[in-house]
Design a protein around this ligand. Sequence first.
Ligand SMILES: Cc1ncc(COP(=O)(O)O)c(C=O)c1O
Length: 347
Amino acid sequence: MGVQMFNHRGPEFAALQGRLTEGLKKVFQTKNDLYILTTSGTGGMEAAVVNFFSPGDHILSVTIGVFGDRFASIAEKFGAKVTRVKAELGKAADPAAVRDALKTNPDVKGVLVTHNETSTGVTNDLEAIAREVKAAGKLLVVDAVSSLGSLNLPVDAWKCDVVVSGSQKGWMVPPGLAMVSVSAEAWAANAKAAMSRFYFDLGQAKQYAARNQTPWTPAISIMVALDVSLKMIEKEGIQQVFARHQRVADKTRKGLRDLGLSLLADPKNASNTVTAAKLPDGVKGEELLKVLRDEHDVVLGEGQGPLTGKIIRVGHLGWVPDEDIEGVFAALRKALPKVGFVPAGVK
Ligand SMILES: Cc1ncc(COP(=O)(O)O)c(C=O)c1O
């Protein structure tokens, strides 16, 4: 990232964007168009809504946590009529509930769904949900911010129309980029979509992409970093990357349970990128996270929204080797007794 800055209208940048787009398409497992936007994941989500819908459109939003709720709120802010399909926190969405909601709401134009809900550590069965959405002939818009690059998401095979990811997650680089893939069906919807947009106008991105440029000045340094991390992913092999995430996630879940903590996620849909553990009775999350950070240099996530003060979250996506996870267990063994909980096996 420390390379001498170069002109985003010049040949080095065009070559970089071309390489990144092709590399990302391989991991997205898609031949669809793909754009790199300079924004965070939420900006990518906004782009995925405002380019394909009009005010007044009826949208189904499958939400199982904070990020699903955010997707629904974005659509509402831009004037859509949103019907939510919800699941209990810690559970995945039921594909049959999506099917029923589509049957009772035939005027729905599209469905928003979170692949991996980072606030609860649950991965939705996107393949099954996608089958229902596409059988009903609706546009499928996916938040894959904390899944793509870590979990298998074959965009074309599952017929996902618009898929969003974010650089700071499985892609192993700093925050600042969102990636968005767009199917032919989504482009057809775009031709009629009237929601307001300017910075996030993917029509502009498409025009500039023809010469491997972006309409606005991009975060070149992060793109340089992504050039390196995509090579790492390619070298390891995408299937091996998925298998490593599975292995490290299994280790995380087992280690937390061995300490006597119970996990939030339904084991059938536990995420391979983030694990939420319930705080034992009487333990204050803030205090535990402070001891971990100040005394052990271990930074874990807190609960969000309704789970604030109820869980802690361990991220294990991207470059998280086994030793990092072992470090989390070692730190928890020492920190938990200080905040009122004696873990299993600690005297
Ligand atoms: C599933 C999911 N969606 C959306 C976002 C929002 O991304 P950002 O914070 O980069 O705007 C996040 C961030 O953690 C996320 O995990």
